[in-house]
Design a binder for this molecule. Structure first.
Ligand SMILES: [Zn+2]
Length: 173
């Protein structure tokens, strides 16, 4: 554009100093050509500028979106961390409760429990209709009486620990 301006200035100066009509026409047509070239360059420049602006806007929107998503991810991450912390605290609380309760239980029972726990998901099961609710082994009358007195027994069929639910004992009373 600068170069075109300079060329136009030179041409205009020449226009002022022409000696005859023929030379005047030649220089004038040169000026017209330069003007046309300038106007088409102006259009091109405007087009490029508009394109630049729209790309810039797109980029701004993209960056805003990315920032928003990052914020959302951070929130989710924080919520997850909060839950993990809560579970950790709960686990610690349960560990302490468990240690407290284990104090009154004979060591060999704890060992048997640990062994069963490593083999099955439910090492302690309730009695249902005079049978083990896991393997349906029928429980003798004598053992039922012991269980009703609150004693813990091991099932002869599957070796799980048996107990009678409190509600059932109370019902019979
Ligand atoms: Zn059983």
């Amino acid at each position: 554009m600068k170069e075109l301006d300079a060329q136009q200035t030179v041409a205009k100066e020449r226009l002022e100093n022409v000696k005859n009509a023929k030379e005047y026409q030649a220089v004038k047509s040169e000026v017209e050509k330069l003007k046309a070239k300038q106007s088409s360059l102006d259009e091109e420049l405007l087009g490029a500028w508009n394109k630049f602006e729209s790309v810039q806007k797109e980029q701004e929107t993209f960056l805003q979106d990315a920032e928003k998503k990052r914020g959302e991810q951070k929130d989710i991450q924080e919520q997850k961390q909060k839950k993990i912390d809560e579970h950790k605290a709960l686990l610690e609380e349960r560990r302490q409760q468990r240690a407290q309760r284990e104090k009154g239980v004979p060591v060999d029972w704890l060992e048997r429990y640990a062994m069963m726990r490593s083999r099955v998901a439910d090492p302690v099961v309730p009695v249902q209709q005079n049978s083990c609710s896991a393997c349906f082994w029928s429980i003798s009358h004598q053992n039922m009486l012991m269980l009703k007195r609150g004693q813990l027994l091991v099932c002869k069929g599957c070796y799980r620990f048996l107990y009678i639910p409190k509600e059932l004992v109370e019902q019979e009373k």
